[in-house]
Write a protein that binds this ligand. Structure first.
Ligand code: MOS
Length: 695
């Protein structure tokens, strides 16, 4: 195929929607104010387990401007659904503290909130169990872990290999529950009109959300329209429908007027998903020179009583390093907690903290440099599937990162670099993320005025998706980018996969390329003359995606951290963080750098700060706001640099891209923890690396 002359792909062009965003013209979900709008204020359960017995709305209904109170006693019936979290107000059962049990609807947000506060909910409370433990009696093996991978995988005889290995590392690592906190909280404006439902929503996937919402209301998908042109971050928490969307639609149906429901930051800690806490035991058996003989990685994690969300914590361990004997397992316990969900690099982020910390412990035990240790364990083919890698440049990332970081001069001894009151150390860890692609559709239109319109129900979470799709379309059409308009964020557009799994650009880009190629062929037939009514072509990629050659497709990276630890207080600062990634062709160096640096910043945040603390007595995550749930702020980010190695991989997609949205957070926390060990001699195996874990 020679129709694509690369000009825009590879260029650091500015965001096509940048001006709209900085001037406030870009409208987000909660900024839509249809006529006759009403406001919803949800009520959250104050018990962790039990039943709603009654509702006294007397005082609430007297609030001026009050319209209605809906609870399970008077809620419209939804169609039965497997998605228990979405069966909002359909049952008196309370499955976790913070679950929506009622909603007040009023003429103003203030009235709705006042009324919600006046509602008296009567409960019958039952004893709850909210604590994840490795010896929990109800731990079980799920049938699958996300995204439908085997829960357990055993190769060879890991126990025998560990028993006879010359060097063994056996350690348990824990990661806490963490909550996605995108800048824009979730928000929904729902409106019924002539039997159809229109929803302005902050979502990572208009097509997917429509597919979840329509059956609940007994409607075909075409009668539901999801509009989401701009989204202020998601990190996975806007990838699946959450209860507030259903609640808004249900309330709008009940009151016969549009309803706006803006989820508060505090509500988000119960109703929009979070990363499960994990307890992970890793055992590595190796030769004296560090070559692995056996890897065992066993994870315990939690889900709610109403839904099974089984995070794929140990799956990266199946493909990272060569070892003849290997075991990876997942055990789950269903607790009286909110349902976990996706949070940036679900599985890989906590799992690689454990594996890459254990690799550092092995490097110390063998007296082998941690970069060299990883190079020595590089597999020839994918240890999981046996397939060749489409491309695998982990070693190149490690070498290039070591060169840029100045790793070679490193003295391996821990706890010996003291300047003033600070102990300095450096650490390294590998990163990886799978390169997925999902079927999508797109259309491309040549307008009579010489411009082009490309349509696809993609979502731009602030990543630059709209911009890179414009670049991809312009190159395929051989048109100036200024003449290409890409319309996304609307389920009425050709259907598309979600902005998740780091597969947006690969999935949507394939559809955009194919639609634009079809349009170019169409225009070639008419001698390049656009007919008065314009010309249009469309494409669907299901066959292409299904039929792709068999390869193991993954992005790789290496992250290097330098830390300074206060010898008296234990306060840790990441003074330098440097990542080198191999992720196929980089479409836009400017937006890509932001993605990598953003992921690494979130990884730094995971290493040092983020921790949702369960209050076992009340059965709730108690630090449910940004005053108490700490995330890295500007002052915490001293020096973060991201680079990439050129990768020309012909086995991916027409653009040659791998995903870049999530890999930046993978391995980061291990690089920081390994640096802390190098600085202090203290091995912190429990995130976050708090002061009290170092003194
Ligand atoms: Mo991402 S956590 O797959 O949206």
């Amino acid at each position: 195929m020679t129709t694509t002359e690369i000009t825009y792909v590879g260029s650091p062009i500015d965001r096509v929607d940048g001006l709209e965003k900085v001037t406030g013209r870009a409208r987000y979900a909660s900024e839509h104010n249809p006529r006759d709008l009403t406001y919803a204020a949800p009520v959250q359960a104050t018990i962790a387990r039990g039943e709603v017995k009654g509702m006294d709305a007397g005082a609430a209904l007297k609030v001026p401007g009050m319209i209605a109170v809906i609870w399970h006693g008077n809620a419209p019936r939804l169609a039965p659904s497997d998605a228990a979290e979405l069966s909002v107000l359909q049952s008196p059962r309370v499955a976790y503290r913070g679950q929506y049990v009622a909603v007040a609807i009023a003429e103003t947000l203030e009235a709705a909130r006042e009324a919600a506060a006046l509602l008296r909910v009567e409960y019958s409370e039952e004893a709850h169990d909210v604590e994840l433990r490795a010896d929990h009696p109800r731990l079980y093996r799920p049938d699958h872990v996300n995204p439908r991978l085997p829960a357990d995988d055993v190769r060879g005889d890991p126990d025998a290999a560990l028993a006879s290995a010359p060097v063994v590392v056996d350690a348990t690592y824990t990661t806490p529950a963490e909550h996605n906190n995108p800048m824009e909280p979730h928000a929904t404006v729902a409106e019924w009109d002539g039997g159809g439902l229109t929803v302005h929503d902050s979502t990572q996937g208009p097509t997917a959300l429509r597919g979840q919402l329509a059956p609940l209301f007994g409607m075909p998908p075409e009668q539901v329209r999801i509009i989401s042109p701009h989204v202020g971050g998601g990190f996975g928490s806007k990838g699946l429908a959450h209860p507030h969307v259903v609640l808004a639609a249900l309330a709008a149906k009940q009151v016969g007027r549009p309803v706006k429901l803006t989820v508060t930051r505090r509500e988000m800690f119960a109703v929009t998903g979070y990363r499960t806490p994990t307890i992970q035991r890793v055992r590595l058996g190796a030769e004296e020179d560090g070559r692995l003989i056996a890897i065992s990685h066993e994870a315990c994690e939690q889900s709610s009583t109403i839904a099974e969300f089984a995070e794929q914590t140990t799956v990266a361990t199946r493909m990272m390093y060569a070892a003849p004997h290997r075991r990876t397992t997942h055990r789950l316990v269903r607790l009286d907690v909110p349902t976990p969900s996706w949070m940036r690099a679900p599985g890989e982020a906590p799992g690689m903290f454990a594996l890459e910390s254990a690799m550092d412990e092995l490097a110390v035990a063998c007296g082998v440099d941690p970069v060299e240790l990883r190079v020595r364990n590089e597999p020839a083919t994918d240890p999981d599937t046996g397939l060749p890698f489409s491309s695998r440049n982990l070693v190149a990332c490690l070498r290039e990162g070591a060169r840029r970081f100045g790793w070679d001069a490193r003295d391996p001894r821990p706890g010996v670099r003291r300047r003033g009151g600070l102990l300095y150390g450096t650490g390294v860890a590998s990163s990886t993320y799978p390169a997925y692609r999902s079927p999508s559709q797109a259309s491309a239109r040549a307008e009579p005025d010489g411009t082009f319109t490309v349509r696809i129900a993609a979502a731009d979470l602030g990543t630059g998706a709209r911009t890179v799709l414009t670049q991809i379309a312009a190159d395929t059409l051989r048109a100036p980018a200024e003449r290409v308009r890409v319309e996304i964020g609307d389920s009425a557009l050709p259907q598309a996969s979600i902005a998740g799994g780091s597969m947006g650009t690969a999935s949507w880009g394939t559809a955009v390329v194919r639609a634009c190629e079809a349009l170019v062929r169409e225009l070639e037939r008419t001698g390049g003359v656009v007919p008065p009514g314009g010309a249009e072509a469309s494409a669907a990629t299901a066959e292409e995606v299904r039929g792709q050659e068999k390869y193991a497709r993954h992005a790789f990276g290496a992250q290097f951290a330098e830390v300074a630890v206060d010898a008296d207080t234990g306060e840790t600062r990441v003074t330098r963080l440097l990542g080198v990634f191999a992720a196929g062709r980089i479409v836009n160096p400017k937006t890509a750098r932001s993605q990598f640096v953003g992921g690494m910043t979130m990884g730094l945040s995971m290493a040092l700060f983020e921790e949702s603390v369960m209050d076992a007595r009340f059965g709730d995550y108690l630090n449910n706001d940004l005053a108490q749930y700490h995330i890295a702020a500007n002052a915490d980010v001293r020096d973060i640099e991201a680079f990439w190695v050129e990768e020309d991989d012909p086995h991916l997609n027409p653009m040659g891209t791998k995903g870049i949205g999530e890999i930046g957070i993978v391995g980061t926390a291990a690089a920081v923890a390994n640096a802390v060990h190098h600085a202090t001699g203290i091995r912190v195996r429990d995130l976050p690396i708090r002061l009290d874990r170092l003194v």
